[in-house]
Structures are given as structure tokens and as C-alpha cells.
Design a protein around this ligand. Structure first.
Ligand SMILES: C[S@@+](CC[C@H](N)C(=O)[O-])C[C@H]1O[C@@H](n2cnc3c(N)ncnc32)[C@H](O)[C@@H]1O
Length: 459
């Protein structure tokens, strides 16, 4: 077991769990870092190695297949993980080649057979004999179409590339596809939210403000969990796109005391915490609903600092329209989605999601959307939000949902101009596309690709 640096050991451990046990790297890695008692420096290295390898594994598989002269499907999965991790070190980091090869061979010995060790040694020596640019040229030479070339170059599945192209084209931004794909491969800036009434960005004077959200703080270096305000749940890690989505609903109009708000799909509670703080400050109450019991617990935890006026409950939100018609003045429907807008933060998601997930999720999104319209009080506002830019999950749900609603004789619904609401909230111009829907982008805003729409039921 000796000879392998703890950071590499943790990285391989997480890669194996992601590949073979369907683990989520963003949840498992912090646990493994604590368990291995990594120094802050090693924790940073383990994070870089794990996230980088997972994001770029599609590209590395092409390099490995060329170097091994066989498809990766013919390589023992445990050895393939070792080879992916080593490829990342050799092709995308400053780790010395001999250290990367030697330690990877030791890792191969730990997970595989003697012949496997020789195989890994041979493949890695082949990879290390050419430069990253030479490998890139070789991989791109072997591509078979324009989309296959993009898939290889930016390590994304082709169907995701097509979905992104479609979403960008709607805004006249088709020429930004390369920039979007490249942004997905960069580690995101960590943003914090200071929950209004409980904390203020000025409480962390050494940290910078966010780029757009008035309640954002750019996380200072180090582990945010070690900040006392984070430990008290008054400051939380939250992407600025999510902050803007919650604020779009809470600040779309002045709050009247006594308003009833609903977060239909609240788990794990990030937006619910911000909404609850905003509701408390304005004299409104919030019901935070979540289907999955384990995630209800996460919502409760997220809301520990904002207990007043908040009810957390477990339930199926598709039933809320029938059980509580016209009951809520503001509703957030942050719908279960493919999460294709958050690929920077969920590095394995691009490989795990499949086109069939879109079909399954859009059915649920449409049902939740209809329930939200029913549960909305006359004069009330609904924010339909996804952390996916896939048009089947975003504007198509809203447009077809509104058509169905009108056909069934529902009350008149006005589609509000989300871009102008967001520009009024933001501390810097967002330069969003034409309304009425708003789409944030990693390459343009440095946020998740959050889709935000605002709908008002006529009084
Ligand atoms: C995109 S996440 C919400 C993220 C959350 N708003 C936040 O900011 O932390 C969608 C959530 O919807 C939940 N969900 C899925 N189906 C549901 C249903 N029928 N009713 C209520 N919640 C549901 C999922 O378990 C998941 O926690």
C-alpha cells in the first residue's frame, strides 16, 4: 500500500465509487478528504484530480484507447480508472510524469493483477512520450463528424452538445457553443449567500462581493465550512444563479405582510433558505415541501437559522394543486431536471445522464407545472426554474403548460419579463437575451445555466 500519495489514493477511491457504486463526487469527496485527514494542500490536489478526471474522462478514454490500441470497453474497469486518473495528471497537470506513472503503477498493483500492472505501465509510458498537444491532434484526427470533434475536444456527450446548441440558438448565441463547453470544464468559483436579516456580505470583510447577486459573497480561500457564520447556517454555499432565481420570486413585487409562499420541490433547501429569510423580513410565511424523506431532513437543516414562519413538510407536489387550490401568493417550482446546467459542479453528471432522462423528467415537470398553476392564488406569482438549459425542460414546459392551462379554461396568466426583473435585482448588468424568459450561462455569467421564468395569475 505504500508509495501512493494520500491525495491520489482518495481521488482513485472516489472515482471507483462514482463509476461502480453510482456515488456522487461532490458528496463523497469531502467525506473521504476528512476521513483521510488530508492537509488543505492535499485536499485541493485530491479535488483537482477527482473533478478534472471525471469531467475529462470522455477525452482521456480516447487517448487511452489510442495508446492501448484497444477500445476502453476491453480494459478492466478498475485499471481504466487508474489510467484515467494518470492521464489527467500527465496531460492536464504539472505533476511530474515519473511520479504520475510510478504511483499509478502502484495503484494498478493494488487494484489489479500482475499482468494489469505491466499493461498500465506500458500504456502510461506511451502517453508520457507525447505532449498534450500531440495527443489532442491525434484524438481530433480520429473524429468522425463536427459534433464528434466537439465531443472529443470538450469531453461532453454528443446529445448534450446538441441540447446546448439548441438552447443557445434560441437566444441567437449559437456561436458561443465552444465557450460554453470550455466553461463546463473549469472549476467554478465558490459563492456564498448571506441570508438577509441573518448575515450581511460585509460580515466577511476580507471576502469580495459576488458578481451579480446583492446577497452573494465570493468564498474566501479555504474550506467555507470552517467559517462560524456557515456553521450557524446564516451564510451558505450557493451558486449565484440559484440566488438570483430565488430573489427573482421574492423581489418581483413588494411583499405584503401575511403572504403565503410555497417552495414545491425544496430539497436540499438552498433556495428555500434564501426564500425563508426574505419571507421573514417581509412578514410572509413559507411552506417548504419535498418528496424524498432524506431530503426533507436536508431542508430542515438548511432552515435552522430561519425557523420563524417556515413549515417544512414531506409530500408529493404533483398533488398540491388539487389539495390546496389557489392557496399561495408566491410559488417556486425549482423542478427536478437533468441538471445539465450544473456540469461544472457535478463532474460525473454529463456521463450519467441519458437522453431518456429528459423524456421522463419532462413528464414530471409538466405535471408539477400544472399543479403549481392550480395552487397559485389570483394575483400570485409562480417562478418556474431549472438548473438545465435544455429547451425541452425550460421554455417548452412553460409554453405547452400555458397552452394546456388555457385550453382547460384556467384563469388568465401573464408571462412576466424575467430579464428585467433580474436586471433590477442584479448589482451588475446581466445582459440577458430577449425576454420573457431568462437564461444564465456558465460562460457568460460564471453561474450555473439556470433558467428562470415568472408567471402571474390575473387577480
Ligand atoms: C432541483 S431540486 C430542488 C433544489 C432546491 N430548490 C434547492 O435550491 O436546494 C428538485 C427536488 O425536487 C424533489 N422532487 C422530485 N419529485 C418531487 C415531487 N413529486 N414532489 C416534491 N418534490 C419532488 C427532488 O427530490 C429534489 O429534491
Amino acid at each position: 500500500m505504500s508509495g501512493v500519495q494520500p491525495a491520489r489514493r482518495v481521488a482513485l477511491d472516489v472515482l471507483r465509487a462514482v463509476e461502480h457504486d453510482d456515488a456522487y463526487a461532490n458528496l463523497l469527496l469531502p467525506q473521504r478528504i476528512v476521513r483521510a485527514r488530508l492537509s488543505p494542500q492535499d485536499a485541493g490536489l485530491a479535488t483537482e484530480l477527482t473533478y478534472g478526471t471525471l469531467r475529462l474522462s470522455g477525452y482521456y478514454d480516447r487517448v487511452i484507447a489510442l495508446a492501448a490500441r484497444r477500445p476502453v470497453t476491453q480494459i478492466d474497469p478498475a485499471l481504466l480508472d487508474v489510467l484515467r486518473l494518470a492521464s489527467h495528471q500527465l496531460l492536464a497537470t504539472r505533476v511530474a510524469a515519473h511520479a504520475a506513472v510510478d504511483e499509478s503503477v502502484s495503484q494498478a498493483r493494488e487494484v489489479g493483477s500482475r499482468s494489469g500492472t505491466g499493461f498500465v505501465n506500458g500504456v502510461l509510458r506511451t502517453i508520457s512520450r507525447s505532449t498534450p498537444d500531440e495527443w489532442r491532434a491525434r484524438v481530433l484526427d480520429g473524429t468522425t463528424s463536427a459534433d464528434d470533434r466537439l465531443a472529443a475536444e470538450y469531453s461532453h456527450p454528443e446529445w448534450v452538445i446538441r441540447a446546448f446548441r439548441g438552447a443557445l440558438a434560441v437566444e441567437g448565441r449559437a456561436d458561443e457553443l465552444d465557450a460554453l463547453l470550455a466553461a463546463d470544464n473549469e472549476p467554478p468559483r465558490v459563492s456564498l449567500v448571506a441570508l438577509p436579516g441573518l448575515a450581511d456580505p460585509s460580515d466577511l470583510p476580507s471576502a469580495d462581493p459576488g458578481r451579480f447577486s446583492p446577497v452573494a459573497i465570493t468564498a474566501p480561500s479555504g474550506d467555507p465550512a470552517s467559517l462560524p457564520l456557515v456553521a450557524e447556517s446564516k451564510v451558505r454555499v450557493q451558486d449565484e444563479g440559484s440566488q438570483l432565481a430565488a430573489l427573482a420570486l421574492s423581489r418581483v413585487a413588494p411583499i405584503r405582510a401575511g403572504e403565503r409562499w410555497l417552495d414545491m420541490c425544496a430539497g436540499p433547501g438552498g433556495k428555500a433558505a434564501l426564500l425563508a429569510a426574505e419571507a421573514a423580513a417581509g412578514g410572509a410565511t413559507l411552506v417548504a415541501n419535498e418528496l424524498v424523506p432524506a431530503r426533507v431532513g436536508l431542508v430542515q437543516k438548511a432552515l435552522t437559522a430561519v425557523a420563524d414562519g417556515v413549515t417544512v413538510r414531506q409530500g408529493d407536489a404533483t398533488l398540491i394543486g388539487a389539495s390546496e387550490p389557489e392557496a399561495y401568493d408566491r410559488i417556486l417550482l425549482d423542478a427536478p431536471c437533468t441538471g445539465l446546467g450544473a456540469l461544472r459542479r457535478r463532474p460525473e453528471a454529463r456521463w450519467r445522464k441519458q437522453p431518456r432522462d429528459v423524456a421522463q423528467l419532462t413528464g414530471l415537470q409538466a405535471t408539477l407545472f400544472a399543479a403549481a398553476l392550480e395552487a397559485l392564488a389570483p394575483g400570485g406569482t409562480l417562478a418556474y426554474v431549472t438548473c438545465s438549459p435544455h429547451t425541452a425542460e425550460t421554455r417548452a414546459i412553460v409554453e405547452s403548460g400555458l397552452k394546456r392551462w388555457a385550453r382547460d379554461g384556467g384563469a388568465d396568466i401573464d408571462v412576466l419579463d424575467a430579464p428585467s426583473t433580474l436586471e433590477a435585482i442584479s448589482t451588475a448588468p446581466l445582459d440577458l437575451g430577449p425576454g420573457p424568459f431568462a437564461q444564465l450561462w456558465p460562460h457568460r455569467h460564471g453561474t450555473d445555466a439556470m433558467f428562470i421564468s415568472l408567471l402571474r395569475k390575473r387577480p
